[in-house]
Design a protein around this ligand. Sequence first.
Ligand code: GRF
Length: 220
Amino acid sequence: MCAQTRKQIAIAVFASGRGSNFQALCEAVKRGELQAKIECLVCNVSDAPALEIAKKYKIPVILVDHKKPKAMTRMQHESTILEKLQKYKIQWVVLAGYMRLLTPEFLQKFWDEKKKVFNVVNIHPSLLPAFPGVDAYQQAWAYGVKYTGATVHLVGAGLDDGPVLAQSPFSIEKCESLQEVIEIGLKIEHGLYPKTLNQLFTQKWEILGRRTVWKNKLGN
Ligand code: GRF
């Protein structure tokens, strides 16, 4: 199948806040650099700036605030999202600053039996396995490392622990503030995420142990 006729991969982007990675993905799709269709934005925070970005790019929104109008359990929250997602026939879930852990039950819905992975991908602002969890740029800055970076990885059952798809390191030795680290990091993320997703969707690959092995392009 040639690139022009291949069906676009249907993705749902999940974001909770600023949405700068979501915007980078929208732009990459628009420029034809990411062969995917962003079917919808899933958001769990009613006033997240990411919602405005969805409006700008005319992307449907599934907003399920887990706190409003009343607090939901994780299961209730996820089953509401899954119900609303049904009509989009999503192939991949793309996490972009989604600040909620997904339950094994949710991940199971995106299990790829052939590849033995969840079709769920995330970008994390550190060179994993260093600095998992929240505020990873801040963790790196506070630790005093000379290099940090960004990691795109498949989502596993634990916190930030799935197989690594791509990493991009950068020096923070000359940075004078955490803000500077974050600015450099986000710029790198905005290039790395669309590029890696495009590779994931257009190239053959397999996971050997924990290693991602990239093969030739689909159709070659
Ligand atoms: C990014 O640093 C991303 O790596 C992490 O959360 C942050 C989200 O930023 N998972 P934004 O909402 O995409 O601007």
